[in-house]
Ligand binder design. Structure first.
Ligand SMILES: Cc1cc2nc3c(=O)[nH]c(=O)nc-3n(C[C@H](O)[C@H](O)[C@H](O)COP(=O)(O)OP(=O)(O)OC[C@H]3O[C@@H](n4cnc5c(N)ncnc54)[C@H](O)[C@@H]3O)c2cc1C
Length: 136
């Protein structure tokens, strides 16, 4: 049996000759939560459009498929990188430090602000916030 963890970083290349890699296999996953449905669907949409063009031109070379790589990275690379850095920072903290960080984020209104934003951090912050479980 082959198995592995959820990747925290995207693959360095997600296309090749006759090949597009999409979703968790490509590392299109929110590093903080491991959620990959939203990013996977965004990238599947881009992949379908790229494939449609490539099949119409009867050219499935890595070069012809490069638009997929460019388009999804333009859309998600920054959020993936920030999420990864956030995840790494979070992993360095012990429980007490986590509680202090979230206490600070809550008292300054940052959690509320993040909850309204569309970033992957917003869901992650809500889920990881120590007090969030008590409120539900
Ligand atoms: C318990 C759990 C809860 C989750 N909750 C959330 C959530 O709330 N929100 C969220 O966004 N994400 C969540 N996720 C993550 C989400 O399920 C994945 O990000 C998403 O399913 C990735 O979709 P995918 O199509 O890339 O890969 P997958 O859904 O993993 O699909 C890959 C498919 O390929 C098949 N496969 C593998 N190897 C081969 C092979 N050699 N030949 C043929 N087929 C093969 C597999 O059987 C599978 O059907 C959760 C995951 C788990 C496990």
């Amino acid at each position: 049996m082959n198995y592995g963890g959820v990747p925290l970083k995207p693959l360095p290349h997600t296309r090749g000759d006759n090949l597009l890699v999409v979703g968790t296999a490509a590392g299109q996953v929110k590093p903080i939560t491991g959620g990959g449905i939203y990013f996977g669907l965004i990238c599947a949409d881009i992949a379908a459009n790229t494939l449609n063009r490539a099949l119409t031109a009867d050219n499935l070379s890595a070069r012809a498929l490069a638009g997929y790589e460019r388009a999804w990275r333009r859309k998600l690379a920054r959020e993936l990188r920030n999420g990864y850095l956030g995840r790494k920072a979070y992993e360095m903290l012990n429980d007490r430090q986590v509680s202090r960080v979230f206490g600070l984020l809550e008292s300054t209104g940052i959690i509320e602000e993040l909850s309204r934003s569309k970033s992957c951090l917003s869901t992650g912050m809500r889920m990881l916030s120590p007090g969030s479980w008590d409120k539900n």
